[in-house]
Structures are given as C-alpha cells and as structure tokens.
Design a protein around this ligand. Structure first.
Ligand SMILES: [Zn+2]
Length: 848
C-alpha cells in the first residue's frame, strides 16, 4: 500500500520538479553499498525523506532503533524540553572505537587540558558534533540528520569506514524539539496531495508564535551563553564533557537565497576574543570541502558576504570559544514541501540534500584535518593560561551585598561554562588565568569600539551587567576557596514564630516570588515606602524601601497558620525574612505608619498573538511562570474584543503593531486604566501608547537638524546597508540614573544601573517632576555598538522609565527591555516592582 502510494507520489512530483526524485538514491547513492539489515529512514517511517515533515518522536524512535540494532551507534538522552520531549545524542563510530569510548575520551580531553602536552595528534579519532534544527521551523536539517545517521550506521562504503575509524560523530538531530513539532504539525496539516507551491498557501505561512523558538518563545540559538532554558543547560553540560573539535549548526533562511557556508563576513565583525586562526585558517581549510560537495550536485552557494559570529551565544560561535571549529550553514527554506522562487520551484527534498551533503563533507574535512584541529584546540587552551601581561587584569571580583539569590544565579551562570570561581573573605573572585579565560572575558569585559557596525544580533553581552552585578578588575589576585556548587551559597536566618509581625527584605531577587506566594495564601501584606530600622529576634536590622511587612493580628488566620505560610515562603524561595514583636522602630517609620501601604495581589494579563513580539511576550511569560511562579493570562489579540478586563488589575503589552486595537478597543483599555488599574508597556508598546495618545507623554524629538537644509551628501550605493546598519540599535548596554525612592526603584541600592536597549524607542522625560523614574546617565554608554548620533541626539536627552497617571490608574512605560532573553536579572526587578507596586503608585498633581 505504502509502496503504491509512493510511486504515484514520485510521478506527481517529477512532473513539476525535475530536481527532486523522492527516492533514497537522490540522497544516498554516493555511499553504496548499505547494510540491508539496517532500516533506512524511508523504510522505518513509511515515507521517503522530504515527502513529509518528520515528528520529533519519530526521529527519536528511528535513532533508538539504529542504536538498538547496530554496534556502530549508541544513544543517550542529554536533557528534556519544557514540553517533556527528549533531547538525544547518537554517538557513531566503528564498534572498536565505541567499545573504547571512555579511553578515547580521556585521550581526547588531554588536548584541552593546558597542563598536559600530548603529541599523538593523528592517533586519536577526531570528535565531531553535528547539531541540527535549533530553529524549529528550519526543518530540513533534522531530516538530513536521519540520512546522515543512516549513512554512518549502515553504509559499508570505503569512505564511510575510513571516517568511522578516524572519527567519533555525535548527532543531535533536533536541538529544539518543541519548536520543531509546532512547525511539523503545521506543515503536514496543510500539505495538499497536489503540492501547492504558491507562497500564499497556508502550508507556507505558519501562525503566531511560529516554530522558530522553544516553548517560552526563546531563540535557543542565542541561549548558549545565557543558559536560561533546559535545552541549553543540557547541551552545555554535554559539551563540557566532550569538547568536540568540530561543531555544526544548520539553519534555513529566506526562500530566494542560495546555500551559505562559512567563512562569514570578514574579520571586522568577529568576536575580538577569538584566535584569528579560527576565522582565517580553519574556515579556509573546510570551505573547499563544501564547495566540492555542492558543486557535485549542482547546488549554488555563497560565502563571506553575511552573518557574523560576534555574539558568543550562537551554536556557531560558542564552540569557537571552546577550542573547536563551529560552522554555520544556511539553506534557503522551502517552508513547506514545495515553493515557488524566481529560479523555479524549491522542494523540501532539495533543501534536505544540501544539508545532508554538507554534513558528510564536514566529517570528511574533519577526518582529513585531524592533526590540525587537535593541535589548534591544544594551543587554544594553552594560550588561555599564558602569563597575563601587566596591562591586563589578573582577576575580577564581584558580589552584591544585598541580594544573595542574584549572586547565586550569576555564579550558576559562570559554573555552567566551567569558569573557576573562588571566594575570599568578602568577595567572589574569578581569575583570568584559567582554561576558560575567554569565557571570563566574555562575562566581564565591555567593548565600545568595533570595526564594523552591522551586527547580525546584539553587540553587547557582558553578562555581569545583565545581572547588575557590582564588579571590578584586579591587578593581583588572592584566590581563596574554590566554589564548585552554589547549593549552600544562600544562607538566611530562619524566621521564628511571632505574634506581632514579619518583615521580608525586598532586596533579594526572589522576594517578589515569596511575596506572591504569601499573597496567594490570602495573607494581607504592606510595603514600606520609607526605610526603617527595627529590633528583630536576630538583633537590629535596617530595612530598605519596599520591605514587606506581614502584620499578624490583622490576618483572618491564626498566628500559627500565618507562621506556617511565612516559613514555607522562606523555605521555597530562600529569602531573608525576620520576626519582630514590637511596632516601635529604632529609626525611621514605625510599623503602624501610613508609609506602609497595603499591597494588592497582581492579576496579570499579557497581550499576545499576531503582530506582537513573541520574544518579548515569551520573556514576560517565562519570568512570571517560572521564576515567580504566577499564573498570567495570555490573551490573544483575536480574543481581546470579548475579554473582560475587570478580571485583571495589570495588563502587559510588549512591542507589537496592535493594528487590531481600533479606537473602541483603545478607549476600553484607557477606561480600565483610569478605574485604578495598571498598564505596563515595554519598548514598542510604549511608543504605541504615546502615538495613539493614550498618555500625555512625548517621544524625544531631535534638535532641529540644520544640516538637513544643506545639500544631501552623495554616497556610494553599495555602502547603504552599512550606513543604515549604523542607525539601528542592535543591542547595547546603557547606564540609567534611577530614583531609589520611587516604588519602581525599590530594592536597589545604587542609583546607576545598566539597562538593555535594542530598539529605537526614545521617551522624552515627563513634564511631571515625579514621573521620570529612570533617565539615561550623562555618560550612558557601557557596552556594545551605538552610533554617535543615536547616543547624543536620542539617548542622552531621553528617559528609560516613565509612569504616566491616567485617572485613578497609570501607564508604566519602559523604553528598554527589562526582561531581555530571560537573563536580565538586574532589571527584572524594575518590571516586578511595576507588577507588585504599580497599583500603589500615585503621581502627585503639580500646580504650574
Ligand atoms: Zn536559523
């Protein structure tokens, strides 16, 4: 039955597309003969590769089958996604290598140990890691992964046997299974029997949020550095056990392009920390292999003109910082099974074949350049522990005195990258002289000068700033005790029962999580709008703005029940909580002061759907769902009309077009705000509320540009992308001046903090004296590329965070993104303050 259908199918296709005959030969004939006892993907799945999109569970089943029946392969699960899909790695080599894998691994790892100096470069098999489909809606490569695995496991071709003797190949068929399955389901459900190549067909146009990202709509190809998601955490753990010499990262791009392989854009935009040999020598060594392989099948391609490996969190850049050679591939997407292009039709099978051919060429290139790659990795790690020049820092010290959980999260971030961290008397110390020196630099160093201005992504990634972590460089270093785990790093005084009150510091990152937990148990709480000092059973304690007070006698529960809830909150989130038995303060406000304001539990809705930035929406969802944890209602744009806003006291809008919100809907929103509720807008949504005149604020206008009246300067046409790139703000870290007495500034101790900007939203400071909560500092530039024009004309005069009163409510406008990539622990607090204290902000009316 299947066979008959297949034949009809092949006939149908070959009428329209001559380049793709959907049979195994189309892919595999160069590697005959094949062991007939090993099922091909086609015989296992019941359809030919390219005819359907293959679900992740089918890929896992196929790989498991290969490992089960062949002694050339073994399979391991290295993690699990948010949606509980398995992350797998198939290890393939000749049986004798697999049997000795532990021993080979030991020999291999000697080359990344800077204190060891093995010279048997050619005698240890090369370790190659083939990674596929980090972007779920770039599906060709996972299909190619099945063909590659099959070829390696089943082919008895001389070339393959040679590869397997000389290499251990690790195949990760789907880096992002949750996203892949979203797209797979889409493409399959809209596929017609007569393939429709019209780009307008539903098959080629996925719905929001699309399959590129993972469950929380994070781009996993940015997450290697930040390690927020389980996919990346699992991968990094695997990575630092194996340190492969070559790593691939397969992608898809616009339908009308030709294939891309490295080298990328020339050196001007590559990571300044990378040895130049990586870009200059190794890429040139590999490129001819891809050129030959693609020439042989008549495929067109290009190199050197686009993409950059500057941001260290890509699958094609992170391994470069680990002594490996990471390689980016980009295939024009058929997005669906067949699509029209100016050069005829592009079929799914065609896209898969290019990825397959490049996979095989990678193994060939790695095997034939084994010694070079091994020597390179050895030199890479040896150079990391070279004597540090006097002009450079010997170490960084860091640590926040008020927020242990933020310290812990930052140390976790360092440890996952195998960065060595020590603790002396007061601070944490990270020496530069260590195998992961370049990762240390990545975490702490900032860059302000670049030879190129067109970045594919963020140009700032000093992660210490993401965490608002106080740090400084040291010229000499006293190490102290090494920190290998953060398990007991956060130690708090254990709260005792009280019949009077409990007070929780607001300075800790997880204070808002504990607060929400306490509120959700029906406990009435108040927050200090001024600082105070009070006697606790632990002695005198100073509390900062925002400290949360739980008055025991005002609860509807017994003091025992209240204690159990408070104690549970402390245990769950490991936050600083104290018990007090008197309301009389040593300094500052007493516990019965009107400057304690009772808090309302946030009931949050988030607008999502077509036109909304899924990244920014996902960051909000992730923060509230995972870190707080708090339910947030995700209202789709198409349901907004019938949504009763009265159920919520806080509405979050991130960057989006919001075309679907007509004047009637906008009126509804603003009516709801003026009833006493809070609208929080991020980045583009802040511009939207101003453009639509929902608030009486303004965008920053440039000083009248006199040069505009002069004759426009002629420029070479070819330079236009470069010049336009300069005016983007691709991702830059800026310093703002924060009002620490404003509820949105509660819990901070320094009035200068870093923020992340990757947009062109410039808010003019408010006309009200108390409304501009954060304004860019006089010299705001910390890290990343920004043009002088943007810096001087737009950033410097602008506000970063404004609260605008509307009736009894308010709109809280962020110009920047406080939740960027789930890793801005430093500015998450601003957003959480807006959520927990927003409803308590009143802006005094001024007489003017
Ligand atoms: Zn991609």
């Amino acid at each position: 039955m299947i066979q008959i259908q297949r034949t009809i199918y092949t006939l149908l296709i070959s009428v329209t597309v001559t380049t793709s005959a959907f049979s195994q030969d189309y892919f595999l004939k160069n590697y005959e003969p094949f062991n007939s006892e090993i099922p091909s993907p086609e015989s296992f799945l019941g359809y030919g590769i390219g005819e359907q999109h293959t679900r992740h569970d089918q890929i896992v089943a196929y790989f498991s089958k290969l490992a089960e029946i062949s002694d050339r392969a073994s399979i391991a699960v290295y993690g699990e996604t948010h949606e509980h899909r398995k992350l797998i790695m198939l290890t393939v080599s000749i049986p004798s290598n697999l049997k000795n894998l532990d021993q080979l691994k030991e020999q291999h790892l000697r080359f990344s140990n800077p204190n060891d100096s093995p010279t048997n470069y050619d005698q240890v098999p090369i370790f190659v890691q083939l990674g596929y489909s980090v972007h779920g809606n770039e599906p060709s490569s996972s299909e190619a992964a099945m063909l590659t695995a099959y070829t390696l496991v089943a082919s008895n071709n001389e070339a393959i046997i040679k590869y397997l003797k000389n290499a251990v190949v690790f195949v990760d068929p789907t880096i992002n299974p949750d996203g892949r399955d979203r797209h797979t389901q889409w493409a399959n459900q809209f596929k017609s029997n007569n393939l429709v190549s019209d780009g307008l067909d539903a098959e080629h146009n996925e719905t929001w949020p699309r399959g590129r990202t993972n469950h929380y709509w994070f781009d996993l190809n940015r997450d290697w550095l930040l390690a927020v998601n389980p996919e990346s955490k699992g991968k990094l753990k695997w990575y630092h056990q194996w340190y492969p010499n070559v790593v691939t990262d397969f992608h898809e791009m616009g339908t009308n392009s030709n294939y891309f392989f490295e080298p990328m854009k020339p050196i001007g935009s590559h990571d300044p920390l990378m040895p130049k040999e990586n870009y200059e020598d190794l890429n040139d060594l590999f490129a001819p292999y891809y050129a030959n392989a693609l020439d042989n099948i008549g495929s067109f391609y290009y190199t050197k003109e686009s993409f950059d490996g500057t941001y260290p969190g890509y699958g094609s850049s992170y391994p470069d910082l680990q002594g490996g050679l990471a390689l980016l591939f980009e295939q024009a997407s058929s997005r669906g099974h067949l699509q029209d292009t100016p050069y005829g039709k592009i079929s799914f099978a065609f896209t898969i074949r290019n990825q397959y051919v490049s996979s095989m060429a990678t193994i060939k290139a790695a095997v034939e350049n084994k010694s070079v790659l091994r020597k390179y990795q050895q030199d890479f790690f040896k150079s990391a522990v070279n004597k540090i020049p006097k002009t450079e820092f010997a170490a960084y010290e860091f640590g926040d005195n008020y927020d242990k959980n933020r310290n812990k999260a930052f140390i976790d971030e360092l440890l996952i990258h195998k960065i060595k961290v020590y603790k002396n008397d007061t601070k944490y110390i990270v020496p530069l002289k260590q195998p992961q020196k370049r990762m240390v630099q990545t975490m702490f160093e900032t860059y302000t000068k670049y030879r190129d201005s067109v970045f594919y992504d963020a140009s700032a990634w000093s992660v210490a700033n993401f965490f608002n972590m106080p740090y400084k460089g040291l010229k000499s270093v006293k190490l102290g005790k090494e920190i290998t785990s953060t398990k007991n790093i956060v130690e708090n005084y254990k709260v005792l029962p009280s019949d009077y009150a409990y007070i929780m510091d607001w300075d800790d990152y997880y204070a808002s999580a504990a607060l929400y937990y306490i509120q959700s148990k029906g406990i009435v709480v108040a927050s200090a709008f001024k600082p105070f000092s009070v006697a606790t059973s632990k002695g005198k304690k100073d509390f900062n703005y925002g400290a949360v007070m739980i008055p025991v006698s005002k609860q509807k529960k017994s003091s025992k029940e209240v204690y159990e809830i408070v104690k549970k909150a402390q245990e769950k989130f490991n936050v600083p909580v104290y018990d007090v038995d008197s309301g009389f303060s040593i300094e500052g406000i007493d516990l019965g002061s009107n400057n304690f304001r009772s808090l309302t539990k946030p009931k949050v809705a988030l607008l999502i759907g077509e036109g909304v930035s899924s990244y920014e929406a996902g960051e909000v969802w992730h923060l509230l769902d995972i870190r707080i944890p708090m339910p947030v209602t995700k209202i789709q744009m198409r349901s907004f009309r019938r949504a009763s806003l009265a159920k919520y006291n806080t509405l979050v809008m991130v960057t989006g077009s919001y075309n679907q919100l007509d004047s009637l809907q906008r009126k509804r929103i603003i009516q709801w705000v003026s009833n006493g509720n809070t609208l929080i807008t991020i980045a583009g949504a802040s511009k939207w509320v101003i453009d639509k005149k929902l608030v009486k604020e303004k965008l920053t206008k440039k000083e009248k540009d006199k040069s505009a009246e002069k004759t426009v300067k002629r420029l070479p046409y070819v330079s236009s992308p470069e010049n336009r790139g300069k005016e983007r703000v691709g991702g830059v870290i800026l310093k703002v001046d924060l009002d620490l007495t404003h509820p949105l500034g509660f819990g901070y101790h320094t009035d200068e903090i870093p923020v992340y900007k990757n947009n062109l939203v410039f808010l003019a400071p408010s006309k009200s004296s108390y409304s501009t909560v954060a304004k860019y500092s006089r010299n705001p530039h910390i890290d990343g590329f920004i043009s002088n024009k943007n810096l001087n004309d737009y950033i410097k005069p602008s506000a970063s965070l404004i609260v605008s009163p509307v009736g009894r409510g308010r709109v809280i406008m962020f110009a920047d993104n406080p939740n960027f990539r789930g890793s801005w622990y430093g500015t998450n607090r601003l957003f959480l303050n807006a959520l927990f204290f927003g409803n308590k902000i009143s802006v005094p009316k001024e007489s003017n």
